[in-house]
Design a protein. Structure first.
Length: 188
């Protein structure tokens, strides 16, 4: 099997990280992979905010969990009420992904960029995890969200949607995953 397919098959969400920082040269390569993603009508509707500041990540995690406590979904509520859960898994760095509000199929293009980030990280031997939960905080107007958004300096006309955390994996095994059956149809 070639290296690209190996990377795709080996990638899993990592939720336990060492405290080792991610090298700037690796971050640069990961972001280069992100900005080279396909996008609807080549709109490139993304903005990436790289956050190493653990105080900001903790603030977002705490505030998003507060909002999640009132979520209609019981599983989301359980996560929000888990005092041990840090939504960014204490990873050394998070890339926050914002999408241009008026872009055609903007979120789909941003999702494509996100997958490139996950695969680039895996190819460099780093762990990663897509973190959507934090979107809850910014989906409704509230003063904590406004104050955090100010610190993040996301460009006008873009809205934060989700994040990817990155770091060195505590364990490098690829946990087996039960794959759904009947997800592929051939029409010949
Ligand atoms: C749209 C989307 C949202 C996700 N949000 C979260 C999240 O908020 N927190 C989390 O720990 N994982 C999140 N994940 C990761 C999924 O839980 C994970 O991809 C899935 O369980 C499959 O496992 P794998 O990534 O190890 O193959 C998200 C993944 C996607 C694609």
């Amino acid at each position: 099997m070639n290296e690209t397919l190996n990377t795709i098959l080996k990638r899993r969400s990592t939720r336990q990280y060492t405290t080792e920082e991610v090298k700037q040269e690796d971050l640069d390569l990961i972001l280069e992979a992100a900005v080279n993603s396909p996008s609807a009508m080549n709109s490139q509707p993304w903005h990436f905010t790289v956050v190493n500041d653990q105080a900001i990540l903790q603030e977002i995690s705490d505030a998003a969990k507060e909002v999640g406590k009132n979520h209609p979904d019981k599983q989301m509520q359980a996560m929000a009420n888990n005092p041990h859960l840090h939504l960014f898994y204490k990873a050394p760095v998070a890339i926050l992904i914002s999408c241009k509000d008026d872009a055609p199929e903007g979120l789909l293009s941003c999702a494509a960029a996100t997958e490139n980030i996950l695969l680039a990280a895996e190819s460099l031997g780093l762990g990663s995890c897509w973190v959507q939960f934090v979107e809850l905080l910014f989906a409704t107007k509230n003063p904590i969200a406004d104050s955090i958004l100010k610190k993040l300096a996301i460009p006008e006309g873009y809205s934060f949607n989700h994040a990817v955390v990155l770091g060195h994996k505590l364990s490098d095994t690829t946990p087996p995953k039960k794959l759904k059956s009947e997800t592929i149809t051939y029409v010949k």
